[in-house]
Ligand binder design. Structure first.
Ligand SMILES: Nc1nc2c(ncn2[C@@H]2O[C@H](COP(=O)(O)OP(=O)(O)OP(=O)(O)O)[C@@H](O)[C@H]2O)c(=O)[nH]1
Ligand SMILES: C[S@@+](CC[C@H](N)C(=O)[O-])C[C@H]1O[C@@H](n2cnc3c(N)ncnc32)[C@H](O)[C@@H]1O
Ligand code: SF4
Ligand code: SF4
Length: 388
């Protein structure tokens, strides 16, 4: 099928040097991220089969042979919190509504991605619960049929604030799983770390997730030196009490303030040492492409996870793609280029063009994040704008 009405004639890079790092304007990708608008010739050169979904058998495959199965969709760059490792206090300006993908646009892009091998979607942000049309988005995505049978599994990562009120409708709409972030069991610490006094709201959200029966329920905490590294065991004990899996994440250089320092890292190894003082841990085999290495706690059945993205990267098994709230495809958390699907949508691109643009993004994916490389440059967007 040929493309109808696509006006793209040149490969364009936008957002170069247009905004200070951390500024969330349309050019919020910061000075070093390039926004790529593929030309018609480049889209056509991707090859036949992108229109019809015939690529599904092979999937969106990069030059290292990694097949992409997991799509993370950021619904907004706004948030109810201001976690120091993610957003500055004075974050913004945020994406205006007309630059944010609508539910229908997200559904179309996800359908195309599913046609080309994506088998699961995770909604994230920013804070996805801030999307007023979240229930509608979940319903749209959870009704997408997988080519292999069944429907698309839809999960969400959230800070939990307001989850207690919204979970029944989300579950009804087809939300299959939820991960909730909680970095501390201490309300005052929580206030300092997130710059908001909302600890009780997060606990209420986790309790609602526990009672919903959605399983596995996972809790995420970024391990931070001098902030919460003395209460990792308390977090595990709390997670077990909520029938949840606690996961500790190494902090990555994705804070909008660009204050990350390698020397400050609480490594996965250190996390395990600390937990071993209190619990008997035993590694679980069969990790697959999951970012978390899992350990049974005191013989199980509960487990704790360690996401050692910095010290033990799992990039070789990466099967993830990201769609930002403003319609940019990112092939990596640390990508310095984004493929501009939103402009293609506005230019009446065909499904085949959009699939080809996704494949171009995947083809450009690098081997890994390169955090330890001497020429590493932190992405201009904070984690809230990339979609964690
Ligand atoms: N380096 C890296 N870290 C990731 C990636 N995906 C997730 N993470 C880290 O893992 C943390 C938890 O991610 P979640 O949003 O809970 O998703 P998940 O771990 O894929 O979820 P599950 O499907 O439940 O395992 C994120 O905050 C990141 O720190 C990734 O692609 N690369
Ligand atoms: C960006 S948030 C978006 C979803 C939701 N607001 C939340 O906090 O769960 C997703 C995940 O990214 C993690 N995250 C944010 N900044 C990070 C960083 N610099 N390093 C590692 N993980 C980070 C958070 O802890 C959270 O678990
Ligand atoms: S980690 Fe999540 S809750 Fe915290 S500021 Fe970022 S987007 Fe918001
Ligand atoms: S850092 Fe990039 S390549 Fe590595 S696992 Fe994360 S998204 Fe994949």
């Amino acid at each position: 099928m040929t493309s109808v009405g696509v006006t793209l004639t040149t490969r364009t890079a936008t957002g170069v040097g247009a905004a200070p790092a951390g500024a969330n304007s349309d050019a919020m990708s910061g000075p070093e991220a390039r926004r790529i608008l593929p030309t018609q010739a480049e889209l056509a050169a991707v090859g036949p089969g992108m229109d019809s979904g015939q690529g599904a058998s092979q999937g969106l495959t990069d030059t290292f042979g990694r097949v992409h199965r997991d799509l993370r969709v950021s619904l907004t760059d706004k948030c109810t919190l201001r976690c120091t490792y993610c957003m500055p206090e004075d974050a913004g300006p945020f994406l205006p509504r007309d630059k944010t993908l609508s539910g229908a646009e997200i559904e179309r892009l996800v359908r195309i991605a599913v046609d080309h091998g994506i088998t699961g979607v995770r909604l994230t942000g920013g804070e996805p619960l801030l999307r007023a049309d979240l229930v509608d988005i979940v319903a749209r995505l959870a009704s997408i049929d997988l080519p292999t049978g069944g429907v698309l599994p839809v999960s969400m990562t959230t800070n939990g604030i307001g989850l207690d009120r919204r979970l029944p409708a989300l579950q009804e709409a087809g939300l299959g799983r939820v991960n909730v972030s909680i970095d501390t069991m201490q309300p005052e610490r929580f206030h300092r770390l997130t710059r908001r006094d909302r600890h009780a709201d997060v606990l209420a959200g986790i309790a609602a997730a526990r009672d919903s029966g959605l399983r596995p329920l996972k809790l995420n905490a970024v391990a931070m030196r001098g902030v919460n590294d003395d209460e990792l065991g308390d977090l595990v004990a709390y997670a077990v009490s909520q029938d949840a899996q606690m996961r500790f994440i190494e902090q990555m250089p994705l804070d909008a303030g660009h204050t990350w320092k390698r020397d400050n890292l609480v490594s996965g190894e250190e996390i395990l040492e600390r937990l071993s003082e209190r619990f008997e841990l035993s590694e679980v085999s069969g990790r697959g492409s999951s970012p978390a290495a899992l350990y049974t706690v005191d013989g199980g059945p509960h487990t704790v996870g360690v996401i050692a993205s910095v010290s033990k990267p799992f990039c070789g098994d990466c099967d993830r793609l990201r769609l930002t709230a403003d319609g940019q495809m990112r092939n990596c958390l640390f990508a310095r280029e984004e493929t501009d699907l939103r402009t293609l949508l506005g230019d009446s691109a065909t499904d085949g063009d959009l699939a080809a643009a996704m494949q171009l993004s995947v083809t450009a994916k690098k081997a890994g994040h390169g955090i330890d490389d001497p020429d590493f440059v932190q992405p201009g967007r904070g984690m809230n704008a990339i979609g964690g």
